[in-house]
Design a protein around this ligand. Structure first.
Ligand SMILES: Cc1cc(CN)n(C)n1
Length: 330
């Protein structure tokens, strides 16, 4: 089997939302596919009304195919401090024309304020490795892991775009979705992530390559590109008026500043070009005078995060069959 589903950016490409259908009759929700976590959780009939602000809620009691996973609970906290928790049902899940009949659907009986405020987002589908799934006493496998053996190829691809809909595809590589060739690089999944190491980077079209291994995760659920502070400092040295502003929580610069492109090396002789315009995330003031950088530090995380600012510049193959990541220009 193969599947393909559209994924649509929210304002400033802060996140990408993807339609999913759960249960019988189908209940349609919009979720955030997150390759940086491994739980599929949704707003539900169990989420207190005070914590719901317009989200669509999955109601297992209205699904003839829902089965409670007795005794199972889950709780999760993300890198940005947001969190959610609840219990678990098994039900039919369809996305992009592929479906799995007994997918663990983690229903939220509590969500943090960040999720309540994210009014178009009805939940998260984690597509990292099941080893870091948070259901207890028995951790659950991800939607992709459940599909894997029935897919034509044991992989999925992410084609996120700047300010336009893109696609997640399952089981095949769309040759029309990228240019040139795909460069593959090994993935180390021991921490449960799509973790890989870039050999280095280049700042600007005429910059010199800097050999500096950067170990990080390919994370569609993180908005920005989070790299070592030495790299980030070197980049913003090239942006006039840029400074680290603790009041804004990161590097900020005048929105009319000229931003150099940033090249992330992959394998022995390839690199992904992030255009300068992707390196500005959003205005920090209502006048739109100063902008928050799309590149920020990975301080305190323990590894770098290749989030949407990077991923939307590439065609990305998440190849579980060969434990590798493929990257191509587009
Ligand atoms: C909700 C959410 C997901 C992620 C990335 N895995 N973050 C940082 N926050």
């Amino acid at each position: 089997s193969t599947g393909s589903v559209v994924t649509t950016p929210q304002q400033y490409d802060v996140e990408y939302l993807t339609p999913v259908t759960i249960g019988t009759p189908g209940q349609n929700l919009e979720i955030d596919i997150d390759t940086g976590s491994s739980d599929f959780w949704v707003f539900s009939s169990e989420t207190p009304k005070s914590q719901v602000d317009g989200q669509t809620c999955y109601n297992p009691n209205k699904s003839s195919t829902a089965k409670k996973l007795e005794g199972a609970t889950w709780e999760i906290e993300y890198g940005d401090g947001s969190s959610s928790s609840g219990d678990v049902y098994l039900d039919k899940v369809k996305m992009g024309g592929v479906n799995f009949s007994s997918q663990a659907v983690e229903v939220a009986s509590k969500v943090s304020a960040e999720f309540t405020a994210d009014t178009n987002n009805d939940g998260l589908m984690g597509l990292a490795f099941g080893s870091i799934n948070q259901v207890r006493p028995q951790k659950q496998t991800t939607f992709f892991e459940n599909l894997q053996s029935s897919l034509d190829k044991p992989l999925f691809t992410a084609d996120l775009k700047s300010g336009a809909p893109g696609h997640f595809n399952f089981g095949y590589i769309d040759k029309n979705a990228y240019t040139g060739s795909i460069t593959y690089t090994p993935v180390n999944s021991t921490q449960g992530f799509w973790m890989w190491t870039s050999p280095g980077y280049t700042i600007g079209a005429s910059g010199k390559f800097k050999s500096s291994p950067i170990e990080g995760i390919a994370d569609t659920g993180t908005t920005l590109l989070l790299l070592p502070s030495s790299v980030v400092k070197a980049y913003y040295k090239n942006v006039s008026g840029a400074s680290y502003q603790s009041s804004n929580g990161g590097y900020v610069f005048p929105c009319d500043a000229t931003l150099p492109s940033f090249y992330v090396s992959v394998g022995d002789d390839a690199r992904i070009k992030i255009p300068g315009k992707y390196m500005s995330y959003a205005p920090v003031d209502s006048q739109g005078q100063n902008c928050f950088g799309g590149l920020q530090t990975d301080d305190g995380i323990g590894f770098s995060i290749f989030g949407d600012v990077f991923l939307k510049a590439a065609f990305v193959v998440f190849d579980a069959g060969k434990e590798r990541l493929g990257l191509a220009a587009k």
